[in-house]
Design a protein. Structure first.
Length: 71
């Protein structure tokens, strides 16, 4: 999770986490990320899905979340 500037990831500050588990879809992954960063009730919008990396933006904030995974 990091801040954004003009819609691009800025990396002025970064919070990193490793979420372990088996995620067969992005919905389960997002649920684990919400729990890890205590984002219950925060609206997220998926803005990029490259197959092995997903980006969500927090609606109304200059913050984005990237998720990548290992096979």
């Amino acid at each position: 999770m990091t801040d954004t500037f003009c819609g691009e990831a800025n990396y002025c500050w970064v919070k990193r986490a490793k979420v372990n588990g088996s995620f067969d879809n992005n919905r389960k992954l997002l649920k684990a990320i919400r729990k890890e960063f205590d984002l219950g009730g925060v609206k997220l919008r998926k803005v990029m899905d490259c197959g092995d990396m997903v980006r969500w933006d927090i609606v109304g904030a200059c913050v984005c979340i990237f998720a990548t995974w290992e096979s």
